[in-house]
Write a protein that binds this ligand. Sequence first.
Ligand SMILES: [Zn+2]
Length: 481
Amino acid sequence: MYLYNSATHKKAEFTTHTPGHVEMYTCGPTVYHFAHIGNLRSYIMEDVLEKFLRYEGYDVNRVMNITDVGHLASDADTGEDKMLKGAKREHKSVMEIARFYTDAFFQDCKKLNIKTPDVVEPATNCIDDYIKIVSTLIEKDYAYLAGGNVYFDTSKLPRYYIFNDHDEEDLAVGVREGVEEDVNKRNKNDFVLWFTKSKFEDQALKWDSPWGVGYPGWHIECTGISLKHNGEYLDLHCGGVDNAFPHHTNEIAQSESFLGHPWCKQWFHVHHLNTNTGKMSKSKGEFLTVSLLEEKGYDPLSYRFFCLQSHYRKALVFSWENLSNAQGAYQKLIKRIAALNPKDGEADAAAVEEYKQKFLQQVGNDLNTSMGVTALYDALKAKTNDATKLAILGSFDEVLSLSLLEKAAALREREAAQATSAAGGYTITGEGDAAVDALVLQRYEAKKAKNFAEADRIRDELKAQGIEITDTKEGASWRRV
Ligand SMILES: [Zn+2]
């Protein structure tokens, strides 16, 4: 596939260190609150990317961290500790908060058909790994101790601003915004690897380290967890675009300084979900969660469908109206799929493969998911039998994960049940074809009205179509003979 790489600012053919195998890392949630649907947009697009790579034939090892320690309100290591803030808000311990919101996160993911990564690692599980990396960074003179904390010295790197085309001054403003200066830092972009001198007296989670009792900085956890589970060469690192700087910049700085060689080849950043008033955040405006969507009567998969309709590198504007439109289109799509007859012929494997190749090419152009959605409508219009159409749709859904076939089958069943109750308990069991069911029902009604000529006429019509009806205790059953 061709993928835009934020580190090079270019779209290029996706390659891996080991042919056929992808080592993939995703920055996971900070579990101090529910995820808002803007955060979840990133996880949806990353999920599609992972599934696309598997669909292309790659074997993927995907790793994700759970941030349950060390993430401060500002990504530049200042402000309140997020976990502590959550614990205070709910009068619970930090670990209780972490457990609760980790579960909530995966429940949301499940509703959005986001697959759980192969490895999910809470940050607090890997303290020894961070200590080892920080010790090496100090030995190699990339890190220093000041005021009780350990800092990474960004002046030791020949190249630091990897994701940004802006100049140093612009970035520094972004980092400093609304945040107090840390006088221990030698350079303004230096960042904390290990805190011992905590300004949070009530910091709940602390560990022994060569530099005193303390806790790791946020950035080091992703390096530690990725090196532990992905190995020394990472093929693909994902995250929201607001993670690019300083978080991902810092990950690269510490990982490559520790390893002594280039670390991650490709960087994938998903852009913001905006509301009409700007970027979505937990603190501003309506707090939009998956549960809120459900409360308002939306299927979470309508939100997934909404996200797939636009490109991950463009900001997406959320409004209830936009979501309603997406839900309408999604339900219509399911209806059209439900109208296909699974018994209509055998699936034509060559046709399915041909469509798959086209899909790989189109969606493989920088994860063009809106082309993936268009491909679903193309499949519905294909000049082939229904069984083949369903096989193509099922194949595409391995990547898009919209539960298309399951929902269509459920709708077919619901419609059949409704037809039965409309017939006053007359149950028709057949091979799932609404048109045949309707004729069988007409025959029953003709018989009930003692119009035997009409009933026989319908029986003959069905017979001409190769359909045999048997009267049963509950109604009738039919089959193609
Ligand atoms: Zn990270």
